[in-house]
Write a protein that binds this ligand. Structure first.
Ligand code: PBG
Length: 327
């Protein structure tokens, strides 16, 4: 056969295949989400997320140590308070769970980079992401509380804040509040393109943040929409977001690609709890090869255009990079 072009030529040897790779993966791109809970001596496995735990402040070092050893240097903290009220006051309390965790983690592991999820849903008695007015989440007063939460996190040591509430104008409100308090250099990673998704189910069990009535569709986005996601991304950048996140990851690779092509800031993608739980469950049944699936999911998300990947599999991925399975 007279073929000049034979694509298989570049697939003949492992060294060559690695040479011509189009997507490279790096540990510096990984962020590990971690749950901290009030109390002492707690390292509690999350039933819907096998292998993930809720840690009390005195037990966090167990996980932080393992992350550092694996070479994962960034953590996203989620707090589970012991008391909730209508206005989520533990979210912005000086001695709130995230604030305490930050002070201790920074003292013990000053070289890790600490990002905090800023939202009210884990702290409100009704489980919604803001203040209620009747059955509706009241936007503007919520923004004020979110801004207050962000400032208190940074005062307690957060290196970056990541609002996940989907209120309008919260980036503007938060940037202003951080600047007014002298934190002009603290970046904001916005959960800008966040869909109302059933993939968050296991997280809500982990954090006890399931809404007590209704759903989050009046603030999180409808998964039928694409342009709306681009609009949210652009708006948040105009308001001062430094990094834009798309969430979930796996079913939204098209959105990641479009956002990445459109914006000139780094793009993050969050492989959420439901993605983790599906992999774990299928692997346990022996239906899939867990390690290979984790690698493929991660690389496809980077290939879609994100540069930052939030995943409960961060340690595993770091090990796979060391082993040369991906990279
Ligand atoms: C808080 C928040 C959620 C997640 C991240 N921040 C839950 C939600 O919006 O209901 C989901 C993370 C995951 O599922 O892993 N608003």
């Amino acid at each position: 056969m007279d073929m000049k072009i034979r694509p298989r030529r570049l697939r003949t040897k492992e060294t060559l295949r690695k040479m011509v790779r189009e997507t490279r993966v790096d540990k510096a791109s990984l962020i590990y989400p971690m749950f901290v809970i009030e109390g002492e001596g707690i390292r509690q496995e999350i039933p819907s997320m096998e292998g993930q735990y809720r840690y009390s402040v005195d037990k966090m070092s167990y996980e932080l140590e393992k992350l550092s050893q694996a070479g994962v240097s960034s953590v996203m903290l989620f707090g589970i308070p012991s008391e909730k009220d209508a206005c989520g006051s533990q979210a912005y309390a000086q001695d709130g769970i995230v604030q305490k965790a930050l002070r201790e983690a920074k003292r013990q592991f000053p070289n890790l980079y600490y990002i905090t999820d800023v939202c009210l849903c884990e702290y409100t008695s009704h489980g919604h992401c803001g203040l209620l007015k009747g059955d509706y989440v009241d936007n503007d007063p919520t923004v004020e509380l979110l801004a207050k939460t962000a400032v208190s996190h940074v005062q307690a040591g957060a290196d970056m804040v990541a609002p996940s509430d989907m209120m309008d104008g919260r980036i503007m409100g938060m940037r202003q509040a951080l600047d007014d308090n002298g934190f002009v250099e603290t970046p904001i990673m916005s959960y800008a393109v966040k869909y109302a998704s059933a993939f968050y189910g296991p997280f809500r069990e982990a954090a006890g943040s399931e809404p007590s009535f209704g759903d989050r569709k009046s603030y999180q986005m409808d998964f039928h929409n694409r342009k709306e996601g681009l609009k949210e991304a652009v708006l948040d950048i105009e308001e001062g977001a430094d990094i834009i996140m798309v969430k979930p990851a796996l079913s939204y690779l098209d959105i990641i690609r479009e956002v990445a092509d459109l914006v000139d800031v780094p793009v993050a993608a969050y492989s959420v709890s439901g993605e983790y739980a599906m992999v774990k469950a299928a692997a346990k049944m022996g239906y899939i090869d867990e390690a290979r699936i984790i690698c493929e999911m991660a690389v496809s998300t980077f290939r879609a255009g994100c540069g930052i990947y939030l995943t409960y599999f961060a340690k595993e991925l770091a090990n796979y990079i060391d082993e040369g399975r991906i990279g």
